[in-house]
Write a protein that binds this ligand. Structure first.
Ligand SMILES: C[S@@+](CC[C@H](N)C(=O)[O-])C[C@H]1O[C@@H](n2cnc3c(N)ncnc32)[C@H](O)[C@@H]1O
Length: 271
């Protein structure tokens, strides 16, 4: 059970519920009980898949307070936590002595994969995780959700970019920083990548970004056959066609998971 018995967290919990009620479009308003159940589930899932450690849970509340409810509802669904935990468990079971090292996540959205992977940081051999998304709002959400690692000299950092327009052999990213009380844009260089993770393969074609990735790079890819979703422009009909498009020089793991509406595919291997 979630530990929100202290007055401090209970106050913050109630504040979030109040914000959600005020945010709602009157026609589509959800009742109080539904919102409370949702928030409780978001916290329970974090505790189940990430940590129950009090300091982290309090930082997670910052993310919950500052991210709009419609985004949280999709990004913190049971399926989102489960699919990312599936990826982590298969890495732990199949990577052997290989390490993630310097890692880039494409289409990283609100950054949920970060905390789930960092929970097993040393076993996975994580050096740093960068997360990029073409939606500029995602930088703020992902940095907030990953604050415990962001503040460790950028062990985690999100940035905004279009994955299909990047030269992966020489990565320069842009972010903003507070300099002399003014928010300024700064460029930073990302060291050569050991690993690229893309759990959003159904959103943009593999060939649009894979060509400049160095041979031998560890690739961890998820796609699905949920063709009906309007933003899914690059789905795959089955695991075989996904594997064929990815054209890995070495396959470490390939599997599919049947979900109520569609199948999700997971591929781990080397370019
Ligand atoms: C709905 S989310 C994540 C879905 C994925 N199945 C998952 O569970 O991680 C897809 C993300 O991909 C991002 N995206 C789509 N096209 C992109 C591109 N060309 N470059 C970077 N990010 C992109 C979107 O902005 C969005 O945040």
């Amino acid at each position: 059970m979630i530990d929100i018995d202290t007055e401090y967290l209970l106050r913050r919990y109630n504040k979030i519920i109040l914000m959600w009620i005020n945010e709602q479009d009157k026609d589509k308003s959800l009742d109080l009980k539904t919102l409370q159940d949702q928030l409780t589930q978001f916290i329970l899932r974090y505790e189940q898949y990430v940590t129950t450690e009090r300091v982290s849970v309090e930082k997670y509340f910052n993310f919950l307070e500052q991210t709009p409810y419609p985004i949280l509802k999709d990004a913190l669904s049971a399926g989102q936590f489960e699919s990312k935990a599936w990826l982590r468990e298969e890495l732990l079971a199949n990577l052997g002595p290989k390490k993630l090292g310097q890692t880039l996540i494409l289409g990283g959205w609100v950054g949920l994969l970060g905390p789930i992977l960092f929970q097993r940081e040393s076993e996975l051999g994580i050096e740093r995780i960068f997360s990029m998304d073409k939606d500029p709002n995602c930088t703020r959400y992902a940095d907030l959700l990953n604050t415990p690692w962001l503040i460790q000299d950028w062990k985690y950092k999100a940035f905004c970019a279009d994955a299909t327009q990047i030269d992966y052999s020489h990565l320069i990213a842009t972010t903003t920083q507070l300099i002399d009380n003014e928010r300024k844009e700064i460029d930073f260089e990302i060291d050569p990548l050991d690993t690229i993770i893309n759990t959003s393969c159904e959103h943009f074609p593999l060939e649009s970004w894979l060509s400049s990735v160095k041979k031998g790079t560890l690739l961890i890819l998820q796609s699905n056959n949920f063709h009906e979703h309007p933003e899914h422009t690059s789905t795959h009909k089955d695991l075989e066609s996904f594997q064929k498009d990815a054209n890995l020089s070495k396959v470490i793991y390939a599997a599919e998971k049947a979900l109520p509406k569609y199948k999700r595919f997971l591929l781990i291997g080397q370019k």
